[in-house]
Design a protein around this ligand. Structure first.
Ligand code: SER
Length: 894
C-alpha cells in the first residue's frame, strides 16, 4: 500500500532499502563528538565518515538510516529562514542510503527511481533531476528514466556536496518534484532562489574525494554513495501541502498551540511565523535535550538555549504568558517516540529542562525587550539604524537575549546589528572573566569555588546545580564535576571515593533537621554504579553527592540516572510529617509556649526538642501519643504550597525563629481542604501525601536537654511496627517461661514477687537464729584477764553489722568486760572492739585497742572509747593480732 503518513513514509524507506540488502542503522546522536569543526550531526553520512575514507571496516558495505540532523551552523545554517520559510528547519530527519565502495552511480539512481516511482508512486511527469556540469555518466544513466530536457546541469554551488570544511565530498545529482500547475510549468525556475514550486527532495552524492585541512582534494579509496532524502519535504509531497508545516509532522503541534492560545483560525494564520518557529524549535529542542544537550552559554548548549529562547520570544509575541514548550514537546514525543525511543526514555527530563529554561528566560525577557526598544528609539532619533556589537552583547550578558533574537527583533523594524562586533565583545568578555580550564582559577577559592565559578562563567550552569529534591526519586542528568582527593578530575573508576556533581540533583541535602538522602547514580548505557552515602552543599549553588564508585567508571559530561534510596526516604518522610503532628499536639496539650528548639528527622527515628519547664509524665505522654495516632488515622492530606512569606505568616503558618526564609516560602499544610489546617508550617522537607502513610507513632523516650528544654524521641512506620512486634514477642516469651497466658502474666508476676518477699523474710529469720546460736558458743570463750572479762574471737560468716550486734549483745550480757571480735570479709580482716562504760575510766579504750591490733594485720582504725572498728589487709595474721589483746588490757590496767 502506498505510504501516506510521516511514520509510514519513514518506515517504507527503511523497508525498501533493507529489501535491497542495506543494513538499517540507527540514527547517531545529534551532538558531534568526533568532529571538532561540527557541533551537530548535519548529514546522514557523518557517522560513516571513516567507512568512506576506508579507515574502518564493518560487516556491511550498504546502509540505510533515518538520521536526526541539525543545521544551525557554518556551511549549512538554515536558522534565519526558519519561520518565514515553508520548508526550512533547524532540526529535520534525513533518510539516506549509503554505499561504502559497494555500488556507485547506476545503482544509486536506480534505487532512487524505484523507490520514488514504485513505492511512493509519484507521478513521473512531475519529476526532474539535476547533475554536476560535466557528469555525463549520470546524464546517460538518468536518460533511462527521464527525457534529456528534464536532466539539468548545474555548477559547484548546487551540485557538488561537501560535509564541512573537511571531509568526504563529491559531485551530486538532485531530484526535484514539481508542485505547481503543469500547464504553467517553467523548468528554468528550477533552483531559482525564490522558487517554491520545484521542490528539491533527494540529494544523491557520488562520493569521490576527501577535502583535507589545507583545502586540497584527495581521492577516496573507492567511489561511494551518500544520499539524503529530506523526510519533511517528502511527506509534504506525499500529502500535497504547500508547506512542510501543514503535514502530519507538524499539524498536531500547531493545533496544540492554537488550542493553548485559544486562537481562532484567522488568528493562527496571522501569527503563522510564530507558530512555525515554535513548532520547529520546540521539536529541535526536545531532540537535543533527549540526546543529552543542556542549555548553556557555549557550543551546542548555546544553540539549544538560543532556540528555546527564540521560541519563547515568538511565543510571547503571539500571546503566551507562561511556559508552553513542554506541551509542544509532549505532542512530538507521542508522535515520534516509536521511531526515536530516546524521546520516550527521557521524556521527564526533556519536559523539565524545557520548562526550566523557559522560566529562566521569561524572568528577563520583558526587561530585555524594553531595553532593546529604548536602544532603537534612541538610534532612531539620531537617524541611525545600526546596533553595535557591544550593545548586542550586553543584552545577552545582562538579559540573556541571544544575538539571534536581537537580530530577529531589530530586523523586523529595519535595523541591523553588528555581528562581528558582537563576537569581538563576547571574546573580550570571556578573557576578562577568566573562562577556561579548571586550573586557571585561583586556588584560594578552593575546589568547590573553582568548580562553581567555572560552571557559571562558561554558562554551563548559570544558576549553579539545579537542586530539586521534590522531583521524585529518579531523574536523569549529566556529570558536570568530579572531585577526588580534593582535586577536580575528568574521570573516576571503581574503588574511587568521589564527590560527584550533576547538573540536576534530586538528592535531599540535610536541612531543617532532615538528614541527607543516600542512593546510587548509574551511568546511562553502561554498567557503572556510584554508591551515594551522603549529599552535601559545600557552597550555595553547589550540591555534591559523596560516595564510592562500586562498578565501572564515570566521565565528565556523561549522562547518568540518579536514584534516591526511596525506601529510606519514605521512612524519613513519615518521621518528618509525624514531627509536624507532634509539634501541633504538644502545643495543644501543653500550651502554645511550646516551640521547637531542635529537631532530627532520620529514617529510624525522630527527635524533637521543645521549650517547656517541667518533665512530661507518662500519662500525659500517652495522651499525646494517642492524639497523634488519631491524627494519623484521620488521614489528613498533606499539601505543599508556595506563597509569599507575609501571606504564609498571616495565615498562621508556624515559622521557626532564627531560620532564614526567602520571600517566597514553602509551606506544609496538614488537614482537609477548605477547613482550617490542622497543622501549617514553613518547611522545606519531604513529607508523606496523607497522614495515614505514617502508619503508627510511638514515643521511645522523654527527658531534659537543658533548663527549660525537653527532648522526646519517637519512632513511626516500619520502626514502630518492629518495636511493637519485638515487645509483643517478648511478652509471649515471658508468658511461655512462666507457663501462663499473657493475660495472666501480671498477676503471676505479682504472686511471684510476694512469694519471693516471704521467702526472703524467712531466710532472714533463720539467719538471725543461727547467729544467736553461734554467739552462745562464742560467749563461752570469755575469760578473765587481770580481773577484766575478756572475749576475743574470730567469727565466720558474718558482716560488719553482725559483728556489731554480737559486740552489743556481749556488753548487754556481761555487765562489765571487753570484747574484740574479728571476721574476714571479701578476704579482708575487720575488727571490732567494745568496752563497757565502767572500764573506760580504768584506762581500757576501744579505740586504742583496735588501733594496736590493726597494725598487726597491716591496717588501721579507731572510734569511740566504748566501740571502735578497724580494717586491715592481712587476714592470715588475725589470730596473732587477737593474741595481742590480753597484753594490751594488762598494760592498760597495770
Ligand atoms: N550528505 C548529503 C546531504 O546532506 C546527502 O545525504 O545532502
Amino acid at each position: 500500500m502506498r505510504p501516506t503518513t510521516s511514520n509510514e513514509i519513514r518506515q517504507a524507506f527503511l523497508d525498501y532499502f533493507n529489501e535491497v540488502h542495506h543494513e538499517v542503522v540507527a540514527s547517531s546522536p545529534l551532538p558531534q563528538i568526533d568532529n571538532p569543526t561540527l557541533l551537530f550531526t548535519n548529514a546522514g553520512m557523518n557517522q560513516f565518515v571513516d567507512l568512506f575514507l576506508g579507515r574502518e571496516k564493518r560487516p556491511y558495505t550498504r546502509a540505510a538510516t533515518a538520521q536526526k540532523v541539525m543545521r544551525v551552523q557554518g556551511k549549512h545554517n538554515d536558522l534565519e529562514n526558519v519561520g518565514p520559510s515553508p520548508r526550512h528547519h533547524t532540526f529535520f530527519e534525513m533518510m539516506g542510503n549509503f554505499s561504502f565502495g559497494d555500488y556507485f552511480k547506476k545503482e544509486a539512481i536506480d534505487f532512487a527511481w524505484q523507490f520514488v516511482t514504485g513505492v511512493l508512486e509519484l507521478e513521473e511527469e512531475r519529476l526532474w533531476a539535476t547533475i554536476y556540469t560535466d557528469d555525463d555518466e549520470s546524464f546517460e544513466l538518468w536518460q533511462r528514466y527521464l527525457p534529456a530536457e528534464k536532466i539539468l546541469r548545474f555548477g559547484k554551488k548546487d551540485n557538488f556536496w561537501e560535509m564541512g570544511e573537511t571531509g568526504p565530498c563529491g559531485p551530486n545529482s538532485e531530484m526535484f518534484f514539481y508542485m505547481g500547475d503543469m500547464a504553467t510549468c517553467d523548468p528554468s525556475r528550477l533552483n531559482a532562489d525564490d522558487d517554491e514550486e520545484f521542490l528539491e527532495f533527494w540529494n544523491l552524492v557520488f562520493m569521490q574525494f576527501n577535502r583535507e585541512k589545507d583545502g586540497s582534494l584527495t581521492p577516496l579509496p573507492k567511489p561511494s554513495v551518500d544520499t539524503g532524502l529530506g523526510l519533511e519535504r517528502m511527506v509534504r509531497i506525499m500529502q500535497r501541502t504547500d508547506n512542510n508545516y501543514d503535514t502530519d509532522l507538524f499539524s498536531g503541534v500547531l493545533d496544540k498551540v492554537q488550542e493553548l492560545l485559544g486562537d481562532s483560525d484567522e488568528q493562527r494564520q496571522e501569527n503563522l511565523v510564530g507558530y512555525r518557529v515554535i513548532a520547529d524549535h520546540g521539536r529541535a529542542a526536545a531532540f537535543l535535550i533527549a540526546d543529552g544537550v543542556r542549555p548553556s552559554g557555549t557550543g551546542g548548549g548555546y544553540v539549544l538555549r538560543m532556540i528555546i529562547r527564540r521560541a519563547v520570544r515568538f511565543g510571547y509575541s503571539i500571546g503566551f504568558t507562561g511556559p508552553f514548550l513542554a506541551e509542544v514537546a509532549k505532542v512530538y514525543i507521542r508522535q515520534m517516540g516509536e521511531a526515536y525511543p530516546e524521546l520516550k526514555l527521557r521524556e521527564e527530563h526533556v519536559l523539565r529542562t524545557l520548562t526550566q529554561e523557559e522560566k529562566r528566560f521569561a524572568r528577563t525577557l520583558e526587561s530585555a525587550m524594553v531595553q532593546l526598544y529604548h536602544i532603537m528609539a534612541d538610534l532612531n532619533e539620531k537617524g541611525e539604524k545600526a546596533i553595535s556589537g557591544e550593545v548586542a552583547f550586553d543584552l545577552y550578558a545582562t538579559h540573556g537575549l541571544p544575538l539571534e533574537i536581537t537580530r530577529d527583533v531589530v530586523q523586523e523594524r529595519g535595523f541591523t546589528v553588528d555581528e562581528k562586533g558582537y563576537t569581538e565583545a563576547r571574546e573580550a568578555h570571556a578573557i576578562a572573566s577568566g573562562k577556561g580550564a579548571f586550573g586557571e582559577y585561583s586556588a584560594e577559592t578552593g575546589v568547590y569555588g573553582r568548580l562553581l565559578t567555572n560552571l557559571q562563567s562558561t554558562g554551563q550552569l548559570e544558576d549553579g546545580v539545579e537542586y530539586d529534591p521534590y522531583l521524585g526519586a529518579e531523574t536523569e542528568s549529566e556529570i558536570v564535576g568530579l572531585i577526588r582527593d580534593g582535586k577536580l578530575v575528568d574521570s573516576v573508576k571503581v574503588g574511587d571515593v568521589v564527590e560527584m556533581v550533576t547538573a540536576v540533583s534530586n538528592f535531599y541535602v540535610e536541612s531543617g533537621g532532615e538528614v541527607s538522602d543516600t542512593g546510587q547514580i548509574l551511568g546511562l548505557g553502561g554498567g557503572a554504579i556510584f554508591r551515594v552515602d551522603d549529599t552535601r552543599q559545600p557552597l550555595n549553588g553547589l550540591v555534591v553527592q559523596v560516595g564510592e564508585v562500586v562498578q565501572g567508571e564515570f566521565k565528565l559530561n556523561q549522562l547518568v540516572r540518579l536514584q534516591v534510596d526511596n525506601v529510606r526516604r519514605s521512612d524519613i518522610r513519615r518521621n518528618h510529617t509525624a514531627t509536624h503532628i507532634l509539634h501541633q499536639e504538644l502545643r495543644d496539650r501543653l500550651g502554645t509556649h511550646v516551640t521547637q528548639a531542635g529537631s532530627l528527622v532520620a529514617p529510624d527515628r525522630l527527635r524533637f526538642d521543645f521549650t517547656h519547664e517541667s518533665g512530661v509524665n507518662s500519662e500525659t505522654l500517652a495522651e499525646i501519643e494517642g492524639k497523634i495516632n488519631d491524627a494519623i488515622l484521620a488521614n489528613y492530606p498533606v499539601g505543599i504550597e508556595y506563597m509569599g512569606q507575609k501571606e504564609a505568616i498571616g495565615q498562621g503558618a508556624m515559622a521557626l525563629f532564627g531560620e532564614k526564609y526567602g520571600d517566597i516560602v514553602r509551606t506544609v499544610q496538614i488537614g482537609y481542604e477548605g477547613e482550617r489546617p490542622y497543622s501549617f508550617e514553613l518547611c522545606g522537607g519531604l513529607h508523606v501525601a496523607e497522614t495515614n502513610d505514617i502508619g503508627l507513632f510511638r514515643f521511645t523516650s522523654e527527658g531534659a536537654v537543658s533548663a527549660g528544654v525537653r527532648r522526646v524521641e519517637a519512632v513511626t512506620g516500619r520502626v514502630a511496627r518492629q518495636l511493637i512486634a519485638e515487645r509483643l514477642n517478648l511478652l509471649d516469651r515471658l508468658a511461655g517461661q512462666l507457663n501462663v497466658p499473657v493475660s495472666e502474666l501480671e498477676s503471676r508476676i505479682e504472686t511471684l514477687q510476694a512469694e519471693q518477699k516471704a521467702a526472703q523474710k524467712r531466710i532472714e529469720q533463720i539467719q538471725q537464729r543461727m547467729a544467736g546460736m553461734q554467739f552462745d558458743s562464742i560467749m563461752a570463750q570469755t575469760r578473765d584477764v587481770a580481773g577484766v572479762k575478756l572475749l576475743t574471737a574470730q567469727v565466720e560468716g558474718v558482716q560488719v553489722d553482725g559483728l556489731r550486734q554480737m559486740a552489743d549483745r556481749f556488753r548487754d550480757n556481761v555487765g562489765s568486760g571487753t570484747a574484740v571480735l574479728a571476721t574476714v570479709n571479701n578476704g579482708k580482716p575487720i575488727i571490732i572492739a567494745a568496752v563497757t562504760k565502767d572500764l573506760i575510766p580504768r584506762g581500757i579504750k576501744a579505740g586504742d585497742i583496735v588501733r594496736e591490733v590493726a597494725k598487726v594485720v597491716g591496717g588501721g582504725g579507731g572510734g569511740r572509747p566504748d566501740m571502735a572498728q578497724a580494717g586491715g589487709k592481712d587476714a592470715a595474721k588475725l589470730p596473732e593480732a587477737l593474741a595481742l589483746v590480753p597484753k594490751l588490757i594488762e598494760k592498760a590496767i597495770g
